[in-house]
Design a protein around this ligand. Structure first.
Ligand code: NAD
Length: 282
């Protein structure tokens, strides 16, 4: 068996038509949607992600700005910048590019962002709204995963989903969003016993571990949908958390790396920004 590729790059490109139309609709109401990214220091991976986000904004006609603070910026100055963006009515989305330099308090910075402009969905208010299944801004990567699964017509209701990884930005919110979609979810992590026994029961398997080719073919139920969130650099090449070649012989659906979850994450950031702009204009 050879798995069907869940092409996130293609789906994200298709979604751009509707997103660009939404930008025009907002502009017709006198609103120019705007995203501001705050970054500090010179993390090379962050610089690539920030550039990708700015390019996506440009393609859609969303205004974007990057505030690049020095590596040595103080917490007080960072919070002052966030306060300024919170108070600026022309800014609809604020994204704090992580990781911040070590001397800065990331949690305090995320908490400072107005939840209505928190397009990454990392503020405690939005995390709480996800936990409770209430309205709020959802983190982009898990949102992209659900979108990708739905677009392929993969049944979520009643499906067994296993998420490997319990980070606040991917694993935990992915487990909650799949629960919201009526999956029966098991959340695994570095202390999980008999991982393979658990993952082999998954109709939907999400790998968000950060270890190259961690998920091997023996861990996958035949026909399962395997979602690879990992971005790992090995010998100058980007590889996921899934052993793609071996697993695609067993799985029913699989996301490639690159070109799977990554582009969907950026696409969901655009959706969150447009939604925030629309809500602000009401
Ligand atoms: P993280 O380091 O915060 O979390 C990793 C998780 O993996 C932890 O919860 C840990 O318990 C679990 N883990 C580690 N070893 C394990 C083991 N042996 N067995 C089971 N679980 C184990 O990472 P993260 O921020 O969630 O990111 C995970 C990966 O996804 C990284 O490669 C990251 O670069 C990538 N990522 C991709 C996107 C995207 O848009 N595609 C977005 C965010 C993160």
């Amino acid at each position: 068996m050879s798995a069907i590729i869940l092409n996130g790059k293609e789906l994200a490109a298709q979604m751009e038509t509707a997103q660009a139309q939404r930008v025009r609709d907002l502009q017709a109401r006198g609103v120019s949607p705007k995203l501001v990214v705050v970054m500090a220091g010179d993390n090379p991976a962050s610089a690539i992600y920030v550039r990708n986000k700015a390019r996506a904004c440009e393609r859609l006609g969303i205004l974007s700005d990057t505030i690049h603070l020095p590596q040595t910026v103080s917490q007080q100055e960072l919070l002052r910048v966030i306060d300024g963006l919170n108070a600026d009515p022309t800014v609809h989305g604020i994204l704090i590019q992580l990781p911040l330099p070590e001397h800065l308090d990331e949690d305090a910075a995320l908490l400072r962002v107005n939840p209505a402009k928190d397009v990454d969905g990392f503020h405690l208010y939005n995390a709480g709204s996800l936990l409770r299944g209430e309205d709020g801004i959802r983190p982009c990567t898990p949102q992209g995963i659900v979108r990708l699964l739905k677009s392929a017509g993969i049944a979520l209701d009643g499906a067994r989903a296993v998420v490997i990884g319990r980070s606040n930005i991917v694993g935990k919110p992915a487990a909650l969003m799949l629960t919201q979609e009526n999956c029966t979810v098991t959340l695994c992590h570095s202390h999980t016993r008999d991982l393979t026994q658990i993952t082999r029961q998954a109709d939907i398997l999400v790998a968000a571990v950060g270890k190259p080719r961690f998920v091997t073919a023996d861990m996958v139920k035949p026909g399962a949908a395997v979602i690879d969130v990992g971005i790992n650099r090995v010998d100058g090449k980007v590889v996921g958390d899934v052993d793609f070649d071996a697993v695609s012989a067993v799985a029913g659906f699989i996301t490639p790396v690159p070109g799977g979850v990554g582009p969907m994450t950026v696409s969901m950031l655009m959706e969150n920004t447009l939604e925030a702009a629309w809500k602000a204009s009401r």
